[in-house]
Design a protein around this ligand. Structure first.
Ligand code: HEC
Length: 104
């Protein structure tokens, strides 16, 4: 009995750690992502039309297309035209949380 309770507590901590912190992603979003993507509050107009990046609102609202797995996989490799960009696993967790939080 005690054992299963402590397992549960540990699991809850582990899940929190995995969830990512949307606030922690803000500086990356403001520094980098807004150059090309429309982001509510920071860059509602979006980047240059020639870049044609999906808005963050779109990424947040279309969960079927932009599933968490897809966002993660995508952010693990740099995307054109932002080629020189390396995100740590924590950055990726935070960014995914940030994007998905916009849809709430
Ligand atoms: C230099 C421009 C540029 C910057 C900076 C940029 N993006 Fe993008 N992004 C794009 C373009 C263009 C696309 C659409 C083309 C594509 O899917 O490759 C895109 C697509 C995406 C997608 C959708 C991928 C999919 O599954 O189709 C995600 C998620 C994304 N960007 C996240 C980010 C995040 C997070 C940042 C900031 C860390 C960022 N982008 C910064 C240009 C940019």
């Amino acid at each position: 009995m005690y054992r299963s309770i402590s397992t549960l507590v540990l699991l809850t901590f582990a899940m929190d750690a995995l969830a990512g912190d949307p606030d922690a992603a803000k500086s990356i979003v403001v520094q980098h992502c807004v150059k090309c993507h429309a982001v509510p509050n920071y860059n509602p107009e979006g980047g240059p039309p020639s870049v044609n990046a999906p808005s963050f609102t779109e990424l947040a609202s279309d969960r079927e297309r932009y599933s968490e797995d897809r966002l993660r996989a995508f952010l693990r490799s740099p995307h054109w035209p932002m080629t020189q960009f390396n995100l740590s696993p924590t950055d990726i967790d935070n960014l995914v949380a940030y994007i998905q939080n916009l849809g709430k």
